[in-house]
Design a protein. Sequence first.
Length: 189
Amino acid sequence: MNIKSAIFIKGVVGTDDIFEDGIPQIVLIGRSNVGKSSIINSLVNQKNLARTSSSPGRTQQINIFLINRAFYLVDLPGYGFAKMPEEVRHKIQKMIDWYLFNSGYNFKKVILIIDAKVGPTQDDMVMFYSLQNANKNIIIVANKIDKIKKSEYDEKLQKIKNAFNIYKIIPYSAEKKTGARELIAELLK
Ligand code: GTP
Ligand code: MG
């Protein structure tokens, strides 16, 4: 199956009726600048559906996209961006924690995105264990594989596999659209 339609519905910063409408939600989470918004664009084959930026902290609200009129892709702000003003960072962290752990929304899957070149950070591992403890259905995507030298690819991927040992890792490049078919198949499962 393909992605046939993708519509931006709205951006929210907290409790919203849209999350109670019975349509399944699939959420993307990861460090700021890891490529969450770019991955959404690569999945739906549109350049600017989700706004992206080379400087971290682009997404500062919860952006909701309706895909195939069947499920929502939920683009969360990123965590772990040290240079953001403390106040903004705190607000964003609260929003992420609220949506993932306190809202009571029963999302179908969560895509945890790791930077393939940087490897799993401490923040990534904290997020992973929190999601695991909350019994979430996790998919791990290692994005930006186009930035890894061929000679380092196996080693980098193995490091990520070791960190998340029981989980399937999808090597991905939003830039080159590598892995999109595999990820779409996982989402539609
Ligand atoms: P926040 O909204 O700040 O949390 O960031 P984000 O995770 O949504 O990242 P975004 O999609 O805005 O991408 C950040 C930067 O990384 C942009 O300059 C993208 O062009 C770049 N980028 C994203 N994916 C890839 C990729 O697969 N390869 C390469 N080379 N660059 C990428
Ligand atoms: Mg973003």
